[in-house]
Write a protein that binds this ligand. Structure first.
Ligand SMILES: [Zn+2]
Length: 256
């Protein structure tokens, strides 16, 4: 017969192992619900395409994108074209002018700070003489009719689970409602690539820490989204189709 102390130790060890398993289950449940990047090898080996552009016609923008395997081909095409539209417009003066013109709150600390933040997320890294494009993963979710996207707030500065070459930062990671996207959806913007470019931009800015506290209207992150969609021509008045309702979800680290 075992000594009572040994039995207690075994029980404690069993409880610890059970706790560990439960913790891992919770992480996986969260991962299944929101596709939070807990498996970088899986995500980074899932590169579907690359979009390229430039800032000031000189500094290269280079973003590889991995897409959730559940997206259909028509959906992938829309995301690819939308991503290219985003890269073409992201750091153009007319877009940033437009976002500043229409924003009244949640502004960047400065225009240069915003450009630097976004540039560092969508430009290549140079590691040991090798050019490594920036990386973004777009997950899919469905059965949530009230929102079109999910943005993980401040994720880009979470240095846990980096990809190789991303020593002190994360990569971009967002989610799109696949029920709203593509040929089989009856959502008004289902096939509108410029609209999805705006949504991708908005969710990326959540990754960079931007929020719309106190409502969408007038927040920098939301005005930037519209300026991407309308190529810098966004005015408050032409955006009658999108009022100040919740079209996306911000996910914080504490929620996971
Ligand atoms: Zn948002």
């Amino acid at each position: 017969m075992k000594h009572p102390k040994t039995i207690l130790l075994v029980l404690a060890e069993t409880a610890f192992v059970l706790l560990l398993i439960l913790c891992q289950m919770k992480t996986c449940l969260a991962s299944n619900a929101t596709h939070y990047p807990c498996n970088n090898v899986y995500h980074s080996s899932n590169i579907d395409f690359m979009v390229q552009g430039s800032y000031k016609e000189f500094f290269p923008l280079m973003l590889q994108l991995g897409l959730d395997t559940v997206f259909r081909e028509d959906q992938k095409n829309i995301i690819k074209n939308a991503s290219q539209i985003f890269i073409n417009r992201a750091l153009e003066n007319r877009i940033i002018d437009c976002a500043y013109r229409n924003s009244s709150k949640n502004l960047p600390t400065s225009r240069d700070a915003f450009i630097n933040e976004l540039y560092s997320a969508i430009s290549p890294n140079y590691i040991s003489g090798t050019t490594v494009p920036a990386f973004a993963f777009i997950a899919s979710f469905n059965n949530d009719p009230n929102i079109v996207g999910i943005g993980y707030v401040d994720l880009f500065y979470d240095c846990n689970n980096p990809l190789p070459g991303y020593k002190n930062k994360h990569y971009l990671h967002i989610a799109i409602n696949s029920d709203k996207l593509g040929n089989s959806s009856n959502y008004f913007f289902a096939k509108n690539e410029a609209y999805w470019a705006g949504i991708i931009a908005h969710e990326f800015l959540h990754n960079l820490g931007y929020e719309h506290k106190g409502g969408y209207t007038g927040s920098f992150i939301n005005e930037y989204r519209k300026c991407i969609q309308y190529d810098g021509a966004s005015l408050q008045m032409i955006d009658g189709n999108i009022c100040d309702f919740n079209f996306d979800k911000e996910v914080y680290r504490d929620d996971l």
